[in-house]
Design a protein around this ligand. Sequence first.
Ligand code: ZN
Length: 144
Amino acid sequence: MVANRSRVELARLREEFRARADQAFDQMFGSDGQNGLVTFTEREDRACEATDRLARWLMEEHLALDPAADPGVEVDCPICGRPVRYDSPEEAELEIREFHTRRGQVEYERAARRCPHCRKIFFPVGCASESGDGRLQSAAAGED
Ligand SMILES: [Zn+2]
């Protein structure tokens, strides 16, 4: 389940994406249409760097939609199954996680919960979860 972002927030995100895409274009073409790139390897390296940077930004922004990143959402304790709810998001401890992706390192902030019944700290499972090697995986089976 993915939390919805407001239209205003999405419009702001779209503008930021376009500005970043413009930067990627300029890194490739510059003002002379070539930006000092001569060999195929130079062109490939520059194109991959620019688009990898865009891909990482897209992943980070999309991960921010993950319900696990929202400390205000009520979740069930994975140990006792009882609901855990914080009256204010400030009660939740935020942890920054780093993930290795095919496009490089991305960061993801998620909120920890402490169950008042069994006193354990846990991280809710959202759309994205991580495997033992720190790579992001989809929580849905069969999805890549
Ligand atoms: Zn519990």
